[in-house]
Design a protein around this ligand. Structure first.
Ligand SMILES: NC(=O)c1ccc[n+]([C@@H]2O[C@H](COP(=O)([O-])OP(=O)(O)OC[C@H]3O[C@@H](n4cnc5c(N)ncnc54)[C@H](O)[C@@H]3O)[C@@H](O)[C@H]2O)c1
Length: 436
């Protein structure tokens, strides 16, 4: 049994802290956000819609998990896991949170501790930025006095099957000794494979590349959808056909839609692009994939405008409801969500819109000038057109063709291809998806 310090109690760090405590570790969670620290200590969850996590959090005793804003408390733990944000600013990775937390960790570091950076970073960041800070601040040597590894997190918020406790992980260390210390540590808390790699950089690259691959696959689906729209084919049928090859050859398909969002898939491809360009590598296929996905919100809004125009209506007289702001179903996270981009385009085009999301917290700045509906019924009342930005279960369940007809909805742009197209068209409602 070990004790663990988790630095950064966000989407990644807090579930890890709770899970480690459930596994019998003594956990100290450090965050700069005092409100969050108080919430965690009161066992109030910031993720209201995750019942499994909320139950686990409320069941943990206070000695097993304590949150604090004081880095000094890391002195007493065996392992320190850094889970701070690594956002992009104009597609340039911002590692300032990582370096700031490394300074603070370095000041507390003592001989024998394991430090694992879980934040997503480009190859070279742990060695070139974190390691020197930790060594300078502590006077200790990595690989000799303390262990330093990169072990990227793969958590998928909202996924009912996989959570922090059963996801395979890769790990790379400064030395093989660092790597194996980390494999031992993670094996103690995670019921999945912990795969040792040869270096810090290999572990770093696995993470940014797996998300880049996902981005490219989504771009492939969106590229096919755009061609389907132009040629009058249905992406659902194309996907059905492709699936028959996938079933036999084991490839993977993504779904067409308004594009990926969140903290990982839209950002990590830009990490790789930056890194590859430093080495004069041609990144056109990555640029093109990212670019295609980033243009999908505008593509979808253009499709809505065209549908309205083709039906002979005047879009300036219509009320549009944008349903779903979060980047994926069942989560509240709206960071880099393509729905936000959709909202900006809709505002410019329609002059006013109403927003609804069952999970995301919105305010008047989320999309300036947009009205916010507190429930789905309010969003639908008086609306002529719907734009589905997120495939939340509530929408799939409630937005049946009959319900749409009864509410007088005349246009549906399904940005997630999640509603029943055939039955909606059958009732004479104008419907377009992405590629269908
Ligand atoms: N969200 C995901 O689904 C996901 C999945 C896999 C990997 N990641 C990666 O994990 C990392 C963390 O992402 P997240 O979504 O948990 O971020 P987040 O914004 O939800 O949480 C980060 C937390 O770190 C805290 N913090 C910031 N600076 C700090 C500091 N100096 N000291 C202590 N705390 C500090 C913030 O207050 C916040 O609570 C990122 O690199 C991200 O790319 C995220």
């Amino acid at each position: 049994m070990e004790s663990v310090g988790v630095v950064g109690l966000g989407y990644v760090g807090l579930p890890l802290a709770v899970h480690a405590a459930e596994k019998g570790q003594r956990v100290v969670g450090v965050d700069i956000d005092e409100t969050l620290v108080d919430m965690v200590n009161r066992r109030e969850s910031p993720y209201v819609n995750d019942p499994r996590f909320n139950m686990a959090l409320s069941a943990i005793s206070s000695p097993a998990l304590r949150a604090t804003t004081h880095y000094q408390e890391l002195k007493s733990v065996d392992a320190i896991i850094i889970c701070v944000p690594t956002p992009t600013e104009n597609n340039k990775p911002d590692i300032s949170y990582v370096t700031q937390s490394a300074v603070q960790v370095g000041d507390q570091l003592r001989s024998g501790q394991l430090v694992s950076l879980e934040s997503t970073v480009n190859p070279g960041v742990t060695r070139d930025h974190v390691l020197p800070i930790l060594e300078q601040r502590s006077g200790l040597t990595a690989g000799h006095d303390f262990n330093l590894v990169h072990c990227p997190e793969r958590i998928d918020p909202g996924n009912p099957r996989f959570f922090v406790g059963n996801l395979n992980r890769v790990v790379g260390g400064v030395t093989p000794g660092c790597t194996y210390r980390a494999v031992d540590f993670y094996t103690g808390i995670i019921d999945a494979e912990i795969i040792p790699l040869d270096s810090l950089e290999e572990a770093e690259f696995v993470k940014s590349w797996e998300n880049s691959q996902r981005n490219i696959m989504i771009a492939m689906a969106n590229g096919a959808a755009i061609i389907c729209d132009a040629l009058g084919m249905n992406i659902d049928n194309i996907q059905r056909g492709l699936q028959s090859k996938v079933d036999q050859f084991g490839l993977q398909l993504a779904k067409a839609g308004i594009g990926p969002g969140g903290h990982c898939i839209p950002e990590d491809i830009h990490y790789v692009i930056r890194k590859a360009r430093e080495h004069d590598i041609d990144t056109r296929f990555l640029d093109d994939a990212a670019d295609l996905n980033e243009k999908m919100p505008l593509y979808a809004v253009n499709r809505l405008s065209k549908m309205i125009k083709d039906a002979g209506d005047d879009q300036s007289k219509l009320r549009v409801a944008l349903l779903g702001l979060s980047y994926k179903p069942s989560v509240a996270d709206i960071r880099r969500s393509p729905s936000i981009e959709v909202g900006y385009h809709l505002m410019r085009r329609f002059g006013s819109i109403v927003l609804h999301d069952p999970f995301a917290t919105m305010n008047t700045n989320t999309i300036k000038g947009a009205d916010i509906a507190l429930n789905l019924e309010d969003a639908l009342a008086g609306s002529d057109a719907l734009f589905i930005g997120t495939a939340h279960a509530e929408y799939i369940q409630k937005l049946t063709a009959g319900a749409l007809k009864d509410l007088g909805i005349r246009y549906v742009l399904d940005g997630r291809n999640c509603l029943d197209q055939a039955s909606i068209l059958e009732l004479g409602i104008n419907y377009r998806g992405i590629g269908r």
